[in-house]
Design a protein around this ligand. Structure first.
Ligand code: TXA
Ligand code: MG
Length: 319
């Protein structure tokens, strides 16, 4: 059990920051999805966060920081193009993988020589990070606040459904309403001469090329482990089928121009790509609360954010 806190005033955030420093866990909203946070300098707290998520040890975790000045504590040899990306897209839905300093222990990086950093664009998250910094904190380690392999939560209620039975009474869930982006951050490997996208997100390939002036290569297999890259991920209990004709009794997620056939349970009908990203995970969750056997998803077409949406849909469908 953990308390959901819906009025997150500055004094509440201060208390939450203090709890983090004391080793408790605090789930908080970001613009992408909710994260389950632990003090990145506290190995025991991070270990408990892994237990709560049922996440295999050795999977690296993103460290959330308050401002650009905090990068230097965790990372070194930051390439010029990465600085351009930070200036253009932080705070925002982008995680950079950089060469680590010793501060980024093996328990954060999965013993890899790179560390993942992000400044989230959410006032509550930034408020928490600033208060945490005032207590001497250097960064909040936070993966998405779901059990391993499950759909990421985009509301505080979804966090509670996923994790509350594993959290302790001292832990907290901060409610900041539904997440504005709805899919996880773009992960960009910045540990070599040119950037590589390891997980697509709202910061698109086009935006990265524009910011860095570097044309991205197509990436295939990489040595860097990204847990969201496990083939099956973001999966509801229901079977997910991509494309084709909806059958009676199935759930359906598709753009609003796709009509709902008789007997089909419409789970989402977004009118734009942005709305599609925002509602996808709650629609997948709804398929489970409604005990549906099958969800059919018609993915959006196009580039930009649509690439990230298709990536998540394909993973939800993989088995
Ligand atoms: O939008 C997001 O990124 C959300 C919010 C809460 O910030 N976080 C998130 O965390 O999606 P998580 O742990 O569910 O996914 C982060 C991914 C993982 O697949 C992890 O393997 C990868 O980032 N990652 C983090 N640090 C890394 C590192 N040092 N090396 C390689 N991959 C890393
Ligand atoms: Mg995740």
């Amino acid at each position: 059990m953990a308390m959901i806190i819906s009025q997150c005033s500055l004094s509440v955030l201060r208390q939450s920051a203090e709890k983090l420093r004391a080793g408790d866990l605090v789930a908080f909203p970001t613009e992408t999805v909710y994260g389950i946070g632990a003090d990145a300098e506290n190995k025991d707290a991070v270990a408990r966060m892994y237990q709560v998520k049922n996440r295999p040890t050795g999977h690296p975790v993103i460290i959330h920081i308050a401002e650009l000045n905090d990068v230097d504590y965790w990372a070194k040899d930051v390439p010029e193009y990465a600085i351009n990306l930070m200036r253009d897209f932080w705070p925002g839905p982008m995680t950079l993988l950089l060469r680590r300093r010793d501060a980024a222990g093996d328990f954060l990086t999965g013993a890899q020589e790179i560390v993942g950093l992000r400044i989230p664009a959410n006032s509550l998250a930034l408020g928490l990070l600033n208060e945490f910094k005032a207590f001497g904190g250097k960064g909040i380690a936070a993966p998405s606040a779901n059990r391993y392999g499950a759909v990421s939560p985009t509301t505080a209620e979804a966090v509670s459904q996923e994790l509350s039975e594993y959290l302790s009474p001292n832990d907290q869930i901060l409610d900041g309403g539904p997440c504005l982006v709805g899919v996880e951050s773009t992960i960009i490997d910045c540990s070599s001469e040119s950037p590589k996208i390891l997980r697509p997100g709202a910061i698109s390939a086009e935006m990265i090329e524009e910011s860095t002036g570097i044309v991205l290569e197509e990436v295939g297999e990489t040595k860097i482990r990204v847990s969201g890259s496990d083939k099956q991920h973001y999966a509801p209990k229901a079977k997910v089928i991509v494309d084709g004709q909806s059958q009676s009794g199935e759930g359906l997620i598709a753009m609003s121009e796709v009509t709902t056939p008789e007997g089909v349970i419409r789970l989402a009908e977004p009118k734009s790509i942005e709305e599609y990203a925002r509602v996808l995970y709650s629609a997948l969750r709804m398929s489970d609360t409604q005990n549906l056997q099958t969800v059919r998803i018609i993915p959006p077409t196009g580039q930009g954010l649509a690439v990230a949406i298709r990536d998540r849909i394909n993973r939800a469908a993989a088995n």
